[in-house]
Design a binder for this molecule. Sequence first.
Ligand code: SF4
Length: 255
Amino acid sequence: MNEKIFQMINLQAFPTPFCPGCGHGILMGAVLRAVAELEYDMKQMLFVSGIGCAAWIPSPHFKADTLHTLHGRAIAYATGAKLFNPKLKIMVISGDGDLSSIGGNHLIHAARRNIDMTVVCANNAIYGMTGGQVASTTPLGAMTTTTPKGNLEPPFDLCKLVESAGATYVARQPVATPIPLTRTLKKAIAHKGFSFIDVLSPCPTQFGRRNAFRTAYEMIKTLRNSCIPVEKARGMSPEELRGQVVVGEFVNLVT
Ligand code: SF4
Protein backbone atom coordinates (compact mmCIF):
# COMPACT_ATOMS: atom_id res chain seq x y z
CA MET A 1 0.00 0.00 0.00
CA ASN A 2 2.78 2.43 0.93
CA GLU A 3 4.48 1.75 -2.42
CA LYS A 4 1.22 2.58 -4.19
CA ILE A 5 0.87 5.84 -2.26
CA PHE A 6 4.43 6.84 -3.16
CA GLN A 7 3.43 6.50 -6.81
CA MET A 8 0.51 8.91 -6.23
CA ILE A 9 2.59 11.85 -4.99
CA ASN A 10 5.11 14.30 -6.42
CA LEU A 11 8.08 13.62 -4.20
CA GLN A 12 9.79 16.83 -5.38
CA ALA A 13 6.94 18.84 -3.79
CA PHE A 14 7.75 17.54 -0.29
CA PRO A 15 8.14 18.58 2.50
CA THR A 16 4.70 20.16 2.62
CA PRO A 17 4.30 23.87 3.48
CA PHE A 18 2.20 23.06 6.57
CA CYS A 19 3.30 24.25 10.02
CA PRO A 20 4.48 21.58 12.47
CA GLY A 21 1.44 20.00 14.14
CA CYS A 22 -1.05 21.13 11.47
CA GLY A 23 -3.84 18.63 10.89
CA HIS A 24 -3.72 18.98 7.12
CA GLY A 25 -0.80 16.53 6.74
CA ILE A 26 -2.90 13.80 8.36
CA LEU A 27 -5.80 14.66 6.05
CA MET A 28 -3.54 14.48 3.01
CA GLY A 29 -2.38 10.99 4.05
CA ALA A 30 -5.97 9.86 4.64
CA VAL A 31 -7.14 11.07 1.20
CA LEU A 32 -4.27 9.26 -0.53
CA ARG A 33 -4.89 6.07 1.42
CA ALA A 34 -8.63 6.21 0.66
CA VAL A 35 -8.04 6.62 -3.09
CA ALA A 36 -5.40 3.87 -3.06
CA GLU A 37 -7.62 1.42 -1.15
CA LEU A 38 -10.50 2.12 -3.55
CA GLU A 39 -8.06 1.38 -6.39
CA TYR A 40 -9.12 4.53 -8.23
CA ASP A 41 -6.87 5.71 -11.02
CA MET A 42 -5.54 9.19 -10.15
CA LYS A 43 -5.51 9.90 -13.91
CA GLN A 44 -9.31 9.66 -13.97
CA MET A 45 -9.62 12.13 -11.07
CA LEU A 46 -9.58 15.90 -10.80
CA PHE A 47 -8.70 17.60 -7.52
CA VAL A 48 -9.95 21.15 -7.13
CA SER A 49 -9.04 23.61 -4.40
CA GLY A 50 -9.42 27.32 -3.67
CA ILE A 51 -7.11 29.50 -1.58
CA GLY A 52 -5.76 28.76 1.88
CA CYS A 53 -3.53 26.25 3.64
CA ALA A 54 -5.78 23.24 2.88
CA ALA A 55 -5.85 24.18 -0.79
CA TRP A 56 -2.21 23.05 -0.92
CA ILE A 57 -3.12 19.47 -0.05
CA PRO A 58 -3.70 18.25 -3.64
CA SER A 59 -1.72 20.85 -5.51
CA PRO A 60 1.25 20.43 -6.01
CA HIS A 61 1.55 17.23 -3.95
CA PHE A 62 -0.69 14.81 -5.89
CA LYS A 63 0.36 13.21 -9.17
CA ALA A 64 -3.01 13.99 -10.76
CA ASP A 65 -4.82 16.78 -12.53
CA THR A 66 -5.33 19.61 -10.03
CA LEU A 67 -7.03 22.98 -10.33
CA HIS A 68 -5.88 25.56 -7.79
CA THR A 69 -8.52 28.25 -8.21
CA LEU A 70 -9.74 31.60 -6.87
CA HIS A 71 -10.64 32.14 -3.22
CA GLY A 72 -14.09 30.65 -2.55
CA ARG A 73 -14.64 29.42 -6.10
CA ALA A 74 -13.38 25.83 -6.00
CA ILE A 75 -16.89 24.33 -6.26
CA ALA A 76 -17.79 26.61 -9.18
CA TYR A 77 -14.73 25.39 -11.11
CA ALA A 78 -15.46 21.80 -10.11
CA THR A 79 -19.04 22.15 -11.37
CA GLY A 80 -17.80 23.39 -14.75
CA ALA A 81 -15.33 20.53 -15.05
CA LYS A 82 -18.04 17.98 -14.19
CA LEU A 83 -20.42 19.41 -16.78
CA PHE A 84 -17.68 19.34 -19.41
CA ASN A 85 -16.61 15.77 -18.61
CA PRO A 86 -19.20 13.84 -16.55
CA LYS A 87 -16.87 10.81 -16.36
CA LEU A 88 -14.36 12.70 -14.22
CA LYS A 89 -14.20 11.73 -10.55
CA ILE A 90 -14.05 15.11 -8.89
CA MET A 91 -12.81 15.86 -5.41
CA VAL A 92 -12.77 19.37 -3.94
CA ILE A 93 -10.37 19.78 -1.02
CA SER A 94 -10.28 23.19 0.64
CA GLY A 95 -10.65 25.01 3.94
CA ASP A 96 -13.71 26.16 5.87
CA GLY A 97 -13.03 29.84 5.15
CA ASP A 98 -12.77 29.09 1.45
CA LEU A 99 -15.70 26.66 1.12
CA SER A 100 -18.22 27.89 3.66
CA SER A 101 -17.48 31.58 4.23
CA ILE A 102 -16.32 33.12 0.93
CA GLY A 103 -17.68 30.21 -1.13
CA GLY A 104 -20.76 29.41 0.96
CA ASN A 105 -23.19 30.12 -1.84
CA HIS A 106 -21.48 27.65 -4.19
CA LEU A 107 -21.51 25.03 -1.41
CA ILE A 108 -25.26 25.16 -0.76
CA HIS A 109 -26.21 25.21 -4.43
CA ALA A 110 -23.94 22.30 -5.35
CA ALA A 111 -25.58 20.37 -2.49
CA ARG A 112 -29.06 21.43 -3.65
CA ARG A 113 -28.31 20.26 -7.19
CA ASN A 114 -26.77 17.00 -5.89
CA ILE A 115 -23.84 17.44 -8.28
CA ASP A 116 -21.76 14.29 -8.42
CA MET A 117 -18.60 15.38 -6.57
CA THR A 118 -16.92 14.92 -3.21
CA VAL A 119 -16.23 18.00 -1.12
CA VAL A 120 -13.72 17.64 1.71
CA CYS A 121 -13.76 20.64 4.02
CA ALA A 122 -10.56 20.90 6.09
CA ASN A 123 -12.21 22.75 8.97
CA ASN A 124 -9.80 24.49 11.34
CA ALA A 125 -12.43 27.03 12.49
CA ILE A 126 -10.43 30.05 11.31
CA TYR A 127 -8.83 31.65 8.24
CA GLY A 128 -5.35 30.11 8.54
CA MET A 129 -3.13 31.20 5.68
CA THR A 130 -4.71 34.61 5.23
CA GLY A 131 -4.01 35.81 8.77
CA GLY A 132 -6.12 34.14 11.46
CA GLN A 133 -9.35 36.08 10.90
CA VAL A 134 -12.75 34.94 12.19
CA ALA A 135 -14.60 32.54 9.87
CA SER A 136 -18.20 31.34 9.66
CA THR A 137 -17.06 28.22 11.55
CA THR A 138 -15.25 29.94 14.44
CA PRO A 139 -16.75 28.88 17.80
CA LEU A 140 -18.48 31.43 20.02
CA GLY A 141 -15.99 33.22 22.23
CA ALA A 142 -12.89 32.13 20.28
CA MET A 143 -10.05 34.62 19.82
CA THR A 144 -8.99 35.49 16.29
CA THR A 145 -7.14 38.46 14.82
CA THR A 146 -10.48 40.11 14.03
CA THR A 147 -12.22 39.09 17.29
CA PRO A 148 -9.57 39.96 19.90
CA LYS A 149 -12.20 39.93 22.66
CA GLY A 150 -13.82 36.70 21.50
CA ASN A 151 -16.18 35.79 18.66
CA LEU A 152 -19.73 37.07 19.24
CA GLU A 153 -21.36 35.22 16.32
CA PRO A 154 -22.54 31.59 16.36
CA PRO A 155 -20.78 29.28 13.90
CA PHE A 156 -22.30 27.26 11.09
CA ASP A 157 -22.78 23.55 11.64
CA LEU A 158 -21.57 22.67 8.15
CA CYS A 159 -23.08 19.19 8.18
CA LYS A 160 -26.53 20.52 9.04
CA LEU A 161 -26.12 23.26 6.43
CA VAL A 162 -25.37 20.92 3.51
CA GLU A 163 -27.88 18.33 4.72
CA SER A 164 -30.67 20.90 4.70
CA ALA A 165 -29.51 22.09 1.27
CA GLY A 166 -29.90 18.56 -0.14
CA ALA A 167 -26.52 16.77 0.06
CA THR A 168 -26.92 13.00 -0.26
CA TYR A 169 -23.84 11.99 1.74
CA VAL A 170 -22.80 13.98 4.83
CA ALA A 171 -20.28 13.05 7.50
CA ARG A 172 -17.85 14.55 10.00
CA GLN A 173 -14.56 13.12 11.26
CA PRO A 174 -11.55 14.60 13.06
CA VAL A 175 -7.97 14.06 11.87
CA ALA A 176 -7.36 12.82 15.41
CA THR A 177 -8.84 9.45 14.38
CA PRO A 178 -7.30 8.77 10.94
CA ILE A 179 -8.71 5.25 10.48
CA PRO A 180 -12.41 6.26 10.72
CA LEU A 181 -11.51 9.34 8.66
CA THR A 182 -10.07 7.18 5.86
CA ARG A 183 -13.08 4.84 6.00
CA THR A 184 -15.44 7.84 5.72
CA LEU A 185 -13.44 9.34 2.84
CA LYS A 186 -13.74 6.05 0.96
CA LYS A 187 -17.53 6.08 1.34
CA ALA A 188 -17.76 9.73 0.30
CA ILE A 189 -15.56 9.22 -2.77
CA ALA A 190 -17.50 6.14 -3.88
CA HIS A 191 -20.85 7.89 -3.33
CA LYS A 192 -22.87 8.83 -6.41
CA GLY A 193 -24.11 12.40 -5.95
CA PHE A 194 -22.98 15.27 -3.74
CA SER A 195 -20.91 14.03 -0.80
CA PHE A 196 -19.52 16.25 1.93
CA ILE A 197 -17.12 15.58 4.79
CA ASP A 198 -16.45 18.14 7.51
CA VAL A 199 -12.90 17.19 8.55
CA LEU A 200 -11.88 18.76 11.85
CA SER A 201 -8.23 19.67 11.35
CA PRO A 202 -6.54 21.78 14.06
CA CYS A 203 -4.52 24.89 13.24
CA PRO A 204 -2.02 25.31 16.09
CA THR A 205 -0.48 28.44 14.55
CA GLN A 206 -3.47 30.72 14.05
CA PHE A 207 -6.12 29.18 16.32
CA GLY A 208 -4.13 27.32 18.97
CA ARG A 209 -1.79 30.15 19.94
CA ARG A 210 -4.68 32.59 20.43
CA ASN A 211 -6.87 30.16 22.36
CA ALA A 212 -4.57 28.95 25.13
CA PHE A 213 -3.48 25.64 23.58
CA ARG A 214 0.14 25.20 24.62
CA THR A 215 1.03 22.58 22.01
CA ALA A 216 -0.28 21.01 18.82
CA TYR A 217 -0.49 17.71 20.70
CA GLU A 218 -2.80 19.31 23.26
CA MET A 219 -5.07 20.52 20.45
CA ILE A 220 -5.29 17.09 18.84
CA LYS A 221 -5.91 15.42 22.22
CA THR A 222 -8.64 17.93 23.14
CA LEU A 223 -10.28 17.45 19.75
CA ARG A 224 -10.23 13.68 20.09
CA ASN A 225 -11.68 13.80 23.60
CA SER A 226 -14.48 16.17 22.61
CA CYS A 227 -15.80 13.97 19.78
CA ILE A 228 -18.84 11.82 20.35
CA PRO A 229 -20.27 9.31 17.83
CA VAL A 230 -23.61 10.29 16.32
CA GLU A 231 -25.19 6.99 17.43
CA LYS A 232 -24.41 7.80 21.08
CA ALA A 233 -25.36 11.49 20.73
CA ARG A 234 -28.88 10.64 19.51
CA GLY A 235 -30.04 9.79 23.02
CA MET A 236 -28.47 12.84 24.69
CA SER A 237 -29.97 16.21 25.58
CA PRO A 238 -28.54 19.55 24.30
CA GLU A 239 -27.19 20.18 27.83
CA GLU A 240 -25.35 16.84 27.84
CA LEU A 241 -23.92 17.57 24.38
CA ARG A 242 -22.60 21.03 25.29
CA GLY A 243 -18.88 21.27 24.50
CA GLN A 244 -18.91 18.05 22.48
CA VAL A 245 -18.63 17.56 18.74
CA VAL A 246 -20.87 14.98 17.12
CA VAL A 247 -19.00 12.90 14.53
CA GLY A 248 -19.92 10.10 12.15
CA GLU A 249 -22.23 9.67 9.21
CA PHE A 250 -25.35 11.89 9.16
CA VAL A 251 -26.78 11.25 5.68
CA ASN A 252 -26.22 8.43 3.20
CA LEU A 253 -28.91 8.37 0.50
CA VAL A 254 -28.82 6.27 -2.63
CA THR A 255 -29.45 8.49 -5.67
S1 SF4 B 1 -1.50 28.32 9.49
FE1 SF4 B 1 -2.69 26.73 10.51
S2 SF4 B 1 -3.82 25.66 8.89
FE2 SF4 B 1 -2.16 26.82 7.94
S3 SF4 B 1 -0.46 25.35 7.76
FE3 SF4 B 1 -0.18 26.51 9.68
S4 SF4 B 1 -1.18 25.24 11.25
FE4 SF4 B 1 -1.93 24.53 9.24
